[in-house]
Design a protein around this ligand. Sequence first.
Ligand SMILES: [Zn+2]
Length: 103
Amino acid sequence: MAGRKRTTDTVPLHELLESLAARIGEEVGRKLAEELARPPERAASTPERVGCSKPGCGKKVAAKGLCKGHYNLMLYHRRKAAGAGSPPPPGRARGRTRRTEPT
Ligand SMILES: [Zn+2]
């Protein structure tokens, strides 16, 4: 009568790993939930993502850390400073990039 005492001592590895993974997953999940529940403090340190960088504005950023209004204003001032005179007609400033397609 040879008993089948082969797996009594050995702890099934996959079970051990599973329980470990479950615990790790729980921990990570809890930490993640905590992070998500917390207000993003790090984002506050980057004013570009929060709102317009112009003091006293704080509107939603459209581009370059400025709101739509201030960005347009910045472009306007820049254009005015760059080309003192009449602005180039629209459509002409952009050169058409024409590629010769190989046939
Ligand atoms: Zn603004």
